[in-house]
Design a protein. Structure first.
Length: 102
């Protein structure tokens, strides 16, 4: 994936999250020029969550032992729409089916 593709995907994810601010449980609009399916869109949103969570965990580890639940809760507070979209559109079974963790 080149930089142009990266920015198109980023912009598409940002648009999905902007739309979801009104109602995170509403059906997500998949841009077919960017994502081949809703599943691919959800994987990209989960990837964004995991990247943010990893960065926060690593930053917290610089100060000593990490309270993973606290760091996760702080990220959820900072990214409420992203968390709500993932919680709404991915059941626990869906997470397990694709090897992700909520």
């Amino acid at each position: 994936m080149g930089w142009a593709d990266h920015y198109r995907r980023r912009d598409a994810l940002d648009a999905v999250l902007r739309d979801a601010r009104r109602d995170p449980s509403a059906p997500l609009i998949v841009d077919p020029d960017v994502f081949s399916s809703l599943h691919e869109l959800l994987l990209a949103l989960d990837h964004r969550w995991q990247n943010k969570l990893t960065a926060r965990m690593e930053a917290a580890a610089l100060d000593g032992p990490v309270d993973e639940h606290l760091v996760t809760a702080e990220l959820a507070a900072a990214e409420p729409v992203l968390r709500a979209v993932l919680d709404t559109h991915l059941s626990l079974d869906s997470y397990r089916a694709v090897g992700m963790s909520p």
